[in-house]
Design a protein around this ligand. Structure first.
Ligand code: ZN
Length: 314
């Protein structure tokens, strides 16, 4: 079975909310992304997002530390899953039996414009940051923020800090203005880890053609996501996901298309693609429509080449 790289999940959020959940339990009740499910589907690299729940009205750096503690204590505790911080780690994991994990932040709210916090997150292994969730913060506006502004002055210097440190930026959830501010301010090819094509499904979380073309032009990555509301407004199917892949491919994005499931971040799922143990159904559907080389690109090759090019060397 082909390898899979998935660019977004919220398993850490579920483990933060419910400390009883055991990632390594063979059943791992409550988790879409568990060790057993990843093994079943040959998920080789999984991005794990630090997403603070909305009930935390004053996000603090301590909250990030609590998540990072869960990650190290409960996921990368014994070598079965290993944190990927650089290209050396990427190669080591790829040639081993271990699963690789990439640590990401979704919502930079608790960084509060403090470069020491950004640097400390980098030290602890964070390699991707989505600057906002749906609403605005000190750095930028999210896609559901009524003001629909772009990046603040502090937010723009945060982009530079991330570029300099080697933290890659994620445009999923950004307002349209913030997306274009990021495009103008960042020297690196950024990504959208979990967003689909707005032309096929008009949800605000999806990307319009100009945004998709910009990500393609810069050789960033576009993570096709399994959130039913972003696939076709609710009655989603695996075929619906394929329509987004077809569409983005037709725009010229065959080398930029990647997966960003949003497993554990969604209350409804697509039939046959309800958790990380069910990628086989997606692989079967893709294989009917695309060549082996193309399917490999979508499932892992495009993510791998991006990581290989943009993670720090050591
Ligand atoms: Zn999200």
């Amino acid at each position: 079975m082909m390898r899979i790289i998935d660019g977004h999940c919220d398993a850490l959020y579920k483990m933060f909310e419910n400390p009883v959940i055991d990632f390594y339990d063979s059943v791992a009740v409550g988790l879409d992304v568990s060790y057993a499910k990843m093994k079943k589907s040959n998920v080789k690299i999984q991005f794990f997002a630090i997403y603070l729940p909305e009930r935390i009205t004053v996000p603090k750096f301590d909250h990030y530390l609590e998540y990072i503690n869960i990650f190290y204590q409960k996921i990368t505790c014994d070598g079965r899953v290993r944190l990927i911080k650089n290209r050396d780690d990427l190669h080591t994991v790829w040639n081993s039996e271990s699963i690789g994990a990439i640590l990401t932040v979704e919502g930079a709210d608790a960084i509060q414009g403090n470069p020491l916090f950004t640097r400390t997150l980098h030290h602890l292994g964070v390699r991707f940051i989505g600057v906002t969730w749906n609403y605005g913060n000190w750095a930028a506006d999210g896609i559901l923020e009524p003001r629909q502004g772009g990046f603040s002055r502090h937010g723009k210097s945060f982009i530079k800090d991330c570029d300099d440190l080697g933290i890659l930026l994620d445009a999923s959830h950004l307002s349209v203005a913030a997306f274009w501010d990021l495009a103008a301010a960042s020297a690196r090819p950024f990504v959208a880890t979990h967003s689909n094509a707005k032309a096929l499904c008009g949800h605000p979380r999806n990307l319009d053609d100009n945004q998709l073309r910009e990500l393609i032009r810069r050789d960033g990555r576009i993570g096709v996501t399994f959130v039913p509301w972003f696939v076709d407004g609710g009655q989603a199917s695996i075929d619906g996901i394929l329509r987004h892949i077809d569409y983005i491919g037709a725009l010229g994005g065959e080398r930029q298309l990647v997966l960003g499931s949003d497993f554990d971040g969604i209350s409804r799922t697509i039939p046959g693609l309800e958790h990380a143990g069910q990628y086989g159904n997606l692989v079967d559907a893709l294989s009917k429509r695309y060549s082996n080389v193309q399917v490999e690109r979508f499932l892992y090759g495009n993510w791998y080449s991006y990581l290989e090019r943009h993670l720090p060397v050591h």
